[in-house]
Design a protein around this ligand. Structure first.
Ligand SMILES: Nc1ncnc2c1ncn2[C@@H]1O[C@H](COP(=O)(O)OP(=O)(O)OP(=O)(O)O)[C@@H](O)[C@H]1O
Length: 266
């Protein structure tokens, strides 16, 4: 489907206009990402899939302000992103927890760092989110006492506690085994339902993208550009049954067709 069939009346929280990026000052250097146009609306869940090196992380870093595009513009809440933003939550592939702090102190750390103190209501919310992600019993444990999946959940709770309107997730589950990955995907859907956020989710997994997202941006091989923007018309709430549905297979096949199509850039 095309961008024109979007719900244009909705407010765009993130907007990419003719956006592209070439790393470094050399005008002869290859372009990493090219001609991306995308509006992400309030509380929309948008996934980005594409071959390795197509520029998925570059795109996410532009939205966070960690990188400034060499071409075009990325804006958040109608303002061009020109510096790192502290109002977006970011979850990376590895949670990078502080090994000397307990789980609870880890999730509260960014709040303490940002505001200099932690309020009682923040502690309550931390407990709530830790409960929701099955981590209550591990609140006082140290990170190295947790499995990889648990640590990743802690990273998600930590990002959510700052209560960002926009959550950027860069292959957050890629280090996990398949079963844990699927379960944590369902956990994320529960959290997103109860605490709606605008999500930009980078993944290598086509099935994960279809399970989670409202729309999926399919990117070509470098220079990464838009091959398709697919509306995921699967009903919510989504669960294990969703994965077994015929429509789920259709959608994953459409994306596979794009990525493995010999005539595409992939
Ligand atoms: N700091 C950098 N300097 C120069 N080139 C870079 C830099 N970071 C990324 N690139 C190049 O930009 C392109 C896009 O990289 P990016 O990490 O955004 O891709 P990706 O789709 O996220 O890859 P992967 O799926 O493997 O994580 C790649 O060709 C990469 O080599």
């Amino acid at each position: 489907m095309s961008e024109s069939s979007e719900n244009n009346h909705q407010q765009a929280y993130v907007s990419m206009k003719n956006f592209g990026h070439r790393y470094g000052p050399d005008p002869q250097a290859p372009i990493a990402v090219q001609d991306i146009n995308l509006d992400i609306h309030r509380h929309e869940f948008v996934a980005v899939v594409g071959p390795s090196g197509c520029g998925k992380s570059t795109l996410l870093r532009m939205v966070s302000g960690l990188l400034i595009p060499s071409h075009g513009e990325v804006s958040v809440f109608n303002r061009a992103v020109t510096e790192p933003r502290d109002d977006v939550g970011i979850v990376f592939q590895k949670p990078n927890l502080l090994p000397w702090l307990t789980v609870k102190k880890n999730v509260l750390f960014p709040l303490k760092h940002k505001y200099g103190r932690v309020r009682e209501e923040d502690k309550k919310r931390a407990d709530e989110l830790l409960k929701m992600t099955g981590l209550s019993a591990f609140s006082d444990k140290m990170p190295d006492e947790l499995s990889g999946g648990m640590q990743q959940r802690v990273g998600i709770v930590r990002a959510l506690l700052l209560n960002p309107d926009i959550l950027l997730m860069d292959e957050p589950f890629s280090a996990l085994d398949a079963l844990t990955r699927e379960q944590i995907g369902f956990d994320l859907l529960d959290i997103w339902r109860d605490h709606p956020k605008t999500v930009l989710f980078i993944t290598h997994s086509i099935t994960e993208a279809v399970l989670l997202a409202d729309r999926i941006l399919v990117m070509s091989k470098r220079p990464g550009t838009v091959l398709d923007l697919i509306e995921v018309d699967l009903p919510r709430p989504r669960n294990a049954e969703t994965i077994n549905s015929a429509r789920f297979s259709e959608l994953t096949n459409i994306i596979r067709g794009h990525i493995y199509e010999p005539t595409s850039h992939a």
